[in-house]
Design a protein around this ligand. Structure first.
Ligand SMILES: [Zn+2]
Ligand SMILES: [Zn+2]
Length: 135
């Protein structure tokens, strides 16, 4: 009835890094495995009474050209990364000064402490009180 088409497509997709907005080329490697249904008889060109095809079923057009672009387009959309990154470690753009932290280090909110210590430092005053009470 139909023709199974197995195909592979490799492509470079242009995108913007979701953190720093630099241009990135995202390599894509995708495969399709789809069934295509003819709409006309190849021998005499008469229309085939196609049984009810589900929506989105791929058809071979009246010129008998099998157009796989739509199949690949749909496949590509689902395999595109939701949040492309220039590198997995991308430091992004500083929300305060707008500097691309991959290119230059900005000093916003920087007081030499690792921000991961901030929560601990917040706890310090109560620790001091605790020490005073202990005296
Ligand atoms: Zn980036
Ligand atoms: Zn900054």
């Amino acid at each position: 009835m139909g023709i199974w088409v197995l195909g592979r497509l490799t492509a470079e997709v242009s995108a913007e890094c979701s953190r720093c907005l630099t241009h990135v080329e995202e390599p894509l490697d995708t495969e399709i495995s789809e069934q295509f249904y003819p709409t006309v008889e190849i021998s005499n060109g008469t229309a085939i009474a196609t049984p009810l095809l589900e929506d989105g079923a791929f058809r071979i057009d009246a010129t008998n050209e099998l157009d796989v672009r739509e199949a690949f387009r749909q496949n590509l959309i689902t395999s595109l990364p939701m949040k492309p990154l220039c590198t997995p470690e991308c430091a992004g753009i500083c929300p305060d000064c707008g500097v691309n932290r991959n290119e230059s280090k900005c000093h916003c909110g920087e007081d030499g402490r690792d921000p991961r210590w901030a929560r601990l430092i917040e706890l310090l005053p109560s620790t001091d009180i605790g020490v005073e009470r202990g005296q």
